[in-house]
Design a protein around this ligand. Structure first.
Ligand code: SF4
Length: 63
C-alpha cells in the first residue's frame, strides 16, 4: 500500500503516530512525517486506523 501525507492539512494531533508508530512520527516542528511511505500489508489495520483517526483527513492510503 502507498501512503500520501498532505502535510499542509496536518495540525499535529499525533493520533497517527499513536496508532501506527512504525509509519508516522510527529517531529519537533509539530508536524507528522512518514517513516515508511509504502508499508507492507501486515501494517494495513494500523495504517487504516491512523487514516480514520486523522482529524483533518491529511492521510490518504492507496492500494
Ligand atoms: S493524525 Fe493527521 S493531523 Fe494528526 S499528526 Fe497525524 S497527519 Fe497530522
Amino acid at each position: 500500500m502507498r501512503i500520501e501525507l498532505e502535510i499542509s492539512k496536518c495540525i499535529g494531533s499525533g493520533s497517527c503516530e499513536m496508532l501506527a508508530p512504525n509509519v508516522f512520527e510527529v517531529g519537533n516542528d509539530g508536524l507528522a512525517k512518514l517513516l515508511d511511505a509504502s508499508p507492507g500489508s501486515d501494517m494495513e489495520s494500523e495504517v487504516r486506523a491512523a487514516e480514520e483517526s486523522c482529524p483533518t483527513q491529511a492521510i490518504k492510503v492507496e492500494h
